[in-house]
Design a protein around this ligand. Structure first.
Ligand SMILES: *Cc1c(COP(=O)(O)O)cnc(C)c1O
Length: 437
């Protein structure tokens, strides 16, 4: 019986009618992007990816052709050419994604990760970078030229701000920081040379949710590109491409990988021309994600949907418990009604992830130290989006004076991990007792 099943399966594989490769079913991906098979004898036919949910696609896209369901890791520098003609064809366009050329241009493992990420938000393709900040730098430097003007939300990720003020300023690219809640009034900030409007929603540390569609529409009308840092939501909770954004960036280091052991970044776009330009820019700079990292990331991605659901539930439970405490002045969680931009969150998002922040009442540095130092389950460190709970005291930099956050105000950023939430609540209860004794 077992043998019969095996033979039946093998026959299906050889005849090429075994389980389809879902990623290859999308328009752009099917014609070319997914054309390099992972391994094995099967030429899997495309399946109708549009019929299944993104969660299903994350699980089902990497048939090796041998019946092995896990994506294999290929480490490579040299890729042999069959003959002189194949070598000449490769030299004509080393970036041609329908072939393998050289390890730096991608291997089946990095292609599998790209295909999975491109299918996740229905984009024309995904470009990998070795970190989230690397992806942001790649996008800014690929599409901006000396003399161009960039609009950046005042709530952006700190190192993005440093990049604008340092490297980009040195290249003659001018950045203006804008109020993330301005919506269509972004129009007043546009200049003749505004080439890109960047968004990040919710904002890093302060969680303002932007009116993405309104800002994207104004930018498009003005002929400016839009790019967004969508790390917090991932495409499962918010798909920026559906709201008119040109380029969607994520730090895959966070939820996509989800296991605190890989750094990578990814940019997707619905525009095949932007995709090809960015891809050639990044590969042309010699930027490359190691196959082992791509393999771990592809593996982590399998469980993105279930992990996010648990992070979401835990974060809501913690945020509501914290909001009820007299020591907590503010809870900045996009899903709570008093979070700036909550109306946009309710309109646009399919759910919340596990990261939010609180502002504590009248806590000096010594008391803050008592709060964080005795925590047993919450670790203190950079990054988030892994399986573990974290806290991080932060004092965000702001260019715009006034507004919702006092200059120099300290926040405590909280990442709700996958632990039992009652254990997390007990850890926080003990912290309040220590800090406010
Ligand atoms: C962490 C983070 C980044 C940078 O990602 P790395 O992979 O750490 O370089 C960018 N944007 C946001 C919102 C982040 O949280």
């Amino acid at each position: 019986m077992v043998q019969d099943d095996f033979r039946h399966h093998a026959l299906l594989m050889v005849s090429g009618i075994a389980r389809g490769r879902l990623v290859s079913a999308r328009g752009n991906c099917s014609d070319n992007a997914g054309a390099v098979p992972l391994a094995g004898p099967a030429g899997d036919p495309p399946m109708k990816a549009d019929r299944v949910a993104p969660e299903t696609r994350l699980v089902h896209d990497a048939d090796t052709g041998w019946g092995i369901v896990a994506t294999p890791v290929y480490r490579a520098s040299t890729v042999l050419f069959d003959n002189y003609a194949a070598l000449k064809a490769g030299e004509e366009d080393p970036f041609d994604r329908s072939r393998l050329h050289y390890g730096r241009m991608g291997v089946p493992t990095t292609r599998a990760l790209e295909d999975a990420l491109a299918a996740l938000d229905g984009s024309a393709g995904a470009v990998l970078s070795p970190s989230g900040l690397g992806a942001i730098a790649d996008v800014l430097q690929c599409f901006l030229r000396p003399g161009d003007h960039l609009l950046m939300p005042d709530s952006c990720y700190g190192p993005t701000r440093s990049l604008c003020r340092g490297r980009l300023a040195g290249l003659g690219i001018k950045t203006t920081f804008y109020d993330p809640l301005c919506g269509a009034a972004i129009r007043d900030q546009l200049r003749l040379r505004t080439r890109m409007v960047f968004l990040e929603s919710p904002g890093s540390a302060t969680f303002e949710v932007q009116d993405v569609a309104a800002i994207a529409a104004v930018a498009r009308e003005a002929g400016a590109l839009t790019a967004i840092d969508n790390t917090w939501a991932t495409p499962l909770l918010f798909n920026p491409l559906e709201h008119g954004v040109d380029l969607a960036i994520q730090s895959g280091t966070k939820y996509l990988n989800g296991h605190a052991d890989v750094m990578f970044g990814v940019t997707t776009t619905a525009d095949p021309d932007l995709y090809e330009r960015l891809r050639r820019y990044v590969l042309g700079n010699g930027v490359h994600l190691a196959p082992d990292d791509a393999w771990l990331a592809r593996r982590g991605l399998r469980t993105l949907a279930v992990r996010l659901a648990v992070h979401e539930r835990a974060a809501y439970t913690l945020a509501e418990a914290l909001a009820a405490r007299p020591e907590v002045a503010k809870v900045l969680h996009p899903g709570l009604p008093d979070c700036p931009g909550h109306a946009s969150f309710r309109r646009d998002f399919r759910g919340a992830s596990g990261l939010f922040a609180i502002v504590l009442n009248g806590l000096d540095e010594a008391a803050l130290a008592r709060f964080v130092d005795g925590l047993e389950l919450f670790g203190m460190g950079y990054s988030w989006g892994g399986f573990e709970s974290l806290v991080l005291p932060m004092t965000p930099t702001r260019d715009l004076v006034g507004g919702r956050l006092a200059q120099g105000e300290t926040l405590l950023r909280v990442h709700a991990g996958l632990e039992a939430v009652d254990d997390l609540l007990a850890d926080l209860d003990a912290a309040f007792a220590r800090a406010y004794r």
